[in-house]
Design a protein around this ligand. Structure first.
Ligand code: HEC
Length: 276
């Protein structure tokens, strides 16, 4: 049976004083976040507290927790068996999200951010609508979002969508930019594509929030209309998928037109390792 720690490695263990485990001074200096904020974005340093007062290290609490878990599991099984899951879900359907609450939660997470950075914390129309509808907007709202986002896409003046895949691979690998440790910016932003996608199948480290893009151009027979569609997708993912989780790289000025073309080449060029 897994313990609480193995289930939730990011849970912060309380110290004897009731505060959370302090971070190193160097790290604290680099972050703007308020260490007392309940919403923390810093990867947790799971240093055990010397007092060993965490729930997981207390055998009595651990077994009570495990008993609770198996009881919960058994009741879930019973619910599935009797077909009551839908009713249970309907009863616990999330209440509509209030815009003020969302904004307050976001703002309170960055109490020390420089003022010229704070504009990023204001949700735009699209983010508001997606929050409001839990990322599944009604058809009409979805259409409005896609039309608005489409209008912000600027196509290359020369009509050429394909750049240099070798540069594209470096951009896809680079996670530089927009993090609070990248302020003020010291180099050009990357796309951090591997954080969410598989691209070059030889790269072993990648995230799976987005679909695998391995063989992307090959399965599309390297067709020119797809190069344009990929450019648009990277420029503004919400144009095709109203509440996409993918950043709007072009519209939000994260990547330049030339960088986006290099990424299109990475996906669509026959020479690219993505298509090998
Ligand atoms: C935060 C996660 C995230 C990041 C970072 C991200 N994407 Fe995505 N991407 C997604 C998700 C989720 C989807 C699927 C939903 C959608 O289509 O919007 C997607 C879809 C796509 C698609 C369409 C796939 C298809 O089936 O046609 C392409 C192309 C793409 N991403 C390319 C990129 C590139 C290139 C980068 C880097 C510049 C990138 N993505 C960065 C999350 C991400």
């Amino acid at each position: 049976m897994p313990t609480l720690t193995s289930l939730s490695p990011s849970i912060r263990r309380p110290t004897s004083s009731g505060s959370t485990v302090p971070r190193s001074p160097a790290e604290r200096g680099r972050r703007w976040e308020d260490p007392t904020s309940p919403i923390s974005v810093t990867p947790q340093q799971s240093a055990p507290s010397p007092e060993g007062r965490g729930i997981a290290s207390n055998p009595r609490l651990t077994s009570a927790f495990e008993a609770g878990l198996s009881a919960l599991f058994m009741s879930l099984l019973a619910l599935v068996a009797t077909g009551h899951v839908d009713t249970a879900r309907a009863q616990s359907a999330p209440a509509p999200v209030s815009e003020e609450r969302v904004q307050a939660a976001i703002s309170s997470s960055w109490p020390k951010a420089p003022t010229d950075w704070l504009a990023r914390l204001q949700q735009d129309e699209t983010m508001k609508a997606c929050s409001q509808h839990h990322n599944t907007p009604p058809a009409e709202v979805g259409r409005e979002i896609r039309n608005r986002e489409r209008a912000s896409i600027k196509h290359p003046a020369d009509g050429n969508y394909i750049g240099d895949w070798t540069k594209g691979e470096r951009i896809a690998q680079s996670g530089y930019g927009l993090r609070f440790s990248d302020y003020p910016p010291a180099q050009v932003n990357g796309g951090n594509c591997y954080a969410c996608h598989q691209l070059d199948p030889k790269e072993v480290s990648y995230g799976t929030i987005g679909p695998s893009l391995a063989g992307y151009g090959k399965v599309r027979k390297f067709g020119a209309p797809f190069a344009k569609a990929v450019y648009e997708k990277i420029y503004n993912a919400h144009e095709q998928q109203a509440c996409s989780l993918m950043p709007r790289f072009g519209s939000n000025g994260i990547l330049s037109e030339a960088q986006i073309k290099d990424l299109v080449a990475l996906l669509m060029s026959p020479d690219s390792p993505v298509n090998k």
